[in-house]
Design a protein around this ligand. Structure first.
Ligand SMILES: *[C@@H]1O[C@H](CO)[C@@H](O)[C@H](O)[C@H]1NC(C)=O
Ligand SMILES: *[C@@H]1O[C@H](CO)[C@@H](O)[C@H](O)[C@H]1NC(C)=O
Ligand SMILES: *[C@@H]1O[C@H](CO)[C@@H](O)[C@H](O)[C@H]1NC(C)=O
Ligand SMILES: *[C@@H]1O[C@H](CO)[C@@H](O)[C@H](O)[C@H]1NC(C)=O
Length: 212
């Protein structure tokens, strides 16, 4: 009975395993990014001016006029780029958004983002809306729930230790209650166990420890 209770408490502890949403960044140079056609142009220090490369993630960008595909495993994705005109975004083949270069924008922008996807494998496709237009692609960030392995082990240890401690406490409580019951039964037979006559030595029953 006590063991069952303790095991139940331990199970509750283990049930509290948590995952942490973690961001991963894929640079335009990452092997995980596929360019349908070789980029027209790649910015890097020494190729583009340093004032510009300083504003790019990892100081690089890739300019292309063809679709870019990015497989990722996660529940959210953020796309950083700039385009000559307009570009579109598809997730798993479904059109999910578009982005227009407002005439005064020359900087890299958060062109598209989404959260709340099923945390599984997806394919993001970025492509120019019209032929002849181009995309200057900088990087993407995607978010994925990472189960916390260490705290999983900690939770199991915590649960077992907690369960054992609970068993010990409950057993001790049961022992104290039983001992009190036993003493009460003895004193109810009419033999005072306490020190009722301070001038005389107190009466002691053989085999019983004196009452406090
Ligand atoms: C991931 O990055 C995005 C974009 O910068 C940010 O809005 C979000 O809060 C980040 N999420 C986590 C869990 O760090
Ligand atoms: C930064 O770019 C270089 C190539 O220029 C690449 O080798 C490196 O992996 C990139 N770093 C990150 C964090 O993507
Ligand atoms: C790149 O892709 C591989 C294979 O799909 C994957 O295991 C890896 O985690 C990816 N890297 C990043 C930084 O997303
Ligand atoms: C965005 O539009 C401005 C103004 O038309 C242009 O100067 C800039 O080159 C465009 N950005 C890109 C990356 O094509």
């Amino acid at each position: 009975m006590l063991l069952a209770k303790a095991l139940c408490a331990a199970t509750l502890f283990v049930g509290g395993v948590h995952a942490v949403l973690t961001n991963y960044t894929l640079d335009d140079t990452s092997p995980n990014i596929t360019y349908t056609r070789e980029p027209l142009f790649r910015c890097s220090p020494g190729v583009c001016n340093s004032a510009w490369t300083a504003r790019l993630f990892n100081q690089t960008s890739a300019t292309t006029d063809a679709p870019i595909t990015v497989p990722f495993t996660g529940s959210a994705v953020y796309v950083y780029l700039e385009t000559l005109a307009t570009c579109y975004f598809k997730i798993d083949g479904v059109l999910v958004g578009g982005y227009v270069n407002a005439s005064d924008q020359v900087d890299i922008n958060l062109a598209y983002w989404t959260v709340g996807l099923p945390d599984s494998q997806h394919v993001l496709t970025i492509y120019p809306a019209v032929t002849g237009s181009s995309i200057q692609f900088d990087y993407i960030i995607y978010s994925h729930d990472v189960p916390q392995k260490k705290s999983h082990v900690a939770a199991i240890i915590g649960g077992v230790v907690g369960g054992v401690a609970l068993t010990v406490i409950l057993s001790l409580a049961a022992f104290i209650v039983r001992r009190r019951e036993k003493k009460r039964r003895i004193s109810m037979r009419g033999i005072p166990l306490g020190d009722h006559w301070p001038d005389k030595p107190s009466l002691k029953l053989a085999g019983l420890s004196p009452q406090k």
